[in-house]
Design a protein around this ligand. Structure first.
Ligand SMILES: NC(=O)c1ccc[n+]([C@@H]2O[C@H](COP(=O)([O-])OP(=O)(O)OC[C@H]3O[C@@H](n4cnc5c(N)ncnc54)[C@H](O)[C@@H]3O)[C@@H](O)[C@H]2O)c1
Length: 353
């Protein structure tokens, strides 16, 4: 299959591309490199540099690359930033997403898989969260993801799209080639590993008095390799059936407490990792975990690498091999992304179109 991965130079996109290429698919990454890294797109894939909001360029790439299915991982995804600037999030995640949908419709590409988020649920009434549970996002980030799901549903009904939305919480771990390098970094595991590496003095633990076994919040984590496999299975599943939007949670169902993550970090790295207890943060529910029974049953998804030890071991190995993240790579030093547009939307490097 010929697949376009929007956001293919990001953490989830780049690792998923590795899985798609290994499965024999021809892959083109489409990315504006605002938070992605040119060096993360493996040699076996192509990279088109451009912004999703430029609908004509997106349609041009879909046509030129003879794309049959799209995996949409491109988004702005910082909750605090979304609270400070909701317009930015609606423009990028909703208007940009709509531009992608319309370009797909114009070119006749109807297969779509979307990297959504469990933030669409807001504060859950029960855990583990199931797909049919109430969706009531508590920040613009989650709201924009839910809004895009709404558009997907109507593009299925009106334009024959076969679409799947995958909702998940925290992604962790690394492959040998790609890992997590976000600026700013807000995710717990890379923050723990920054302390282990001596780049920060301590980890902050918000709240010690939650109704959980050790008093700290419990969160859901999925290994990025397992997630990549779920995206592959979902893309394959869009090949048959009636037009529809199907929604699947991807989670561990049990989750890990913040203290467990820090403890496991100490064990895996052999470093001290000081932790500083702080007061609870407003809007942090005690337990956030999702049930992935539906994905296991219908997509045949089996997470194999999502133990805390495996996620930390792989993330730590990647960090040791890339102490400066992608700034260590040569490809990123090749220059700024080209301006987007039908002729000039492509950057130039060995793996780039
Ligand atoms: N990482 C997580 O823990 C997590 C959890 C739940 C959901 N998600 C979702 O998964 C997806 C991928 O997350 P990630 O951690 O890989 O993020 P990321 O920031 O590493 O990757 C997103 C990529 O999209 C690109 N992008 C953003 N807006 C674009 C636009 N308008 N046009 C072209 N490219 C654009 C960025 O440059 C980046 O390469 C996101 O949609 C995110 O909301 C991530």
């Amino acid at each position: 299959m010929r697949i376009l991965v929007a956001g293919g130079a990001g953490y989830v996109g780049s690792t998923t591309i590795e899985t798609l290429v290994a499965a024999g698919h021809a892959v083109t990454a489409f990315d504006n490199l605002t938070s992605g890294h040119r060096a993360s797109v493996i040699d076996g894939a192509r990279l088109a540099v451009g912004d999703l909001q430029d609908r004509h360029n997106v349609a041009h790439v879909l046509r030129e690359e003879r794309i049959e299915a799209v995996l949409h991982c491109a988004a702005k995804s910082l909750v605090a930033e979304s609270m400070a600037d909701p317009g930015l999030y609606y423009r990028n995640n909703v208007a940009g997403g709509l531009s992608l949908l319309e370009a797909m419709r114009d070119v006749g590409v109807q297969r779509l898989v979307f990297s959504s988020t469990a933030a669409v649920y807001g504060e859950p009434r029960r855990v583990p969260i199931a797909e049919a549970d109430r969706t009531e996002p508590i920040n613009p980030y989650g709201a924009t993801k839910l809004a895009f799901e709404g558009a997907m549903r109507w593009f299925a009904a009106s334009h024959g799209f076969r679409a799947i939305s995958l909702r998940y919480f925290n992604v962790a771990g690394a492959t040998q080639l790609n890992g997590e390098d976000h600026q700013p970094e807000t995710h717990l595991i890379p923050l723990v590993l920054r302390v282990a590496a001596g780049e920060a003095g301590h980890v902050q633990i918000y709240g010690q008095d939650y109704p959980t076994p050790d008093g700290t919040c419990i969160r859901d984590f999925v290994h990025v390799r397992d997630l990549a496999n779920a995206h592959l299975l979902a893309l394959e599943a869009t090949g048959e059936g009636d037009p529809s939007l199907e929604v699947y949670n991807l989670g561990s169902a049990a989750g890990f407490s913040v203290r467990e993550v820090v403890e496991a970090g100490r064990k895996i790295t052999g470093r001290a990792i000081p932790a500083r207890p702080l007061k609870r943060r407003v809007g942090d529910p005690p337990v956030l975990v999702a049930s992935s029974r539906r994905a296991r049953r219908e997509l045949g998804w089996t997470p194999r690498a999502s133990s805390l030890e495996q996620m930390l071991t792989d993330a730590w190995a990647w960090k040791l091999a890339h102490p400066q993240g992608y700034a260590d790579g040569v490809a990123e030093a090749q220059g700024e992304p080209s301006p987007s547009g039908p002729e000039r939307g492509m950057a130039a490097s060995a793996a780039t179109i």
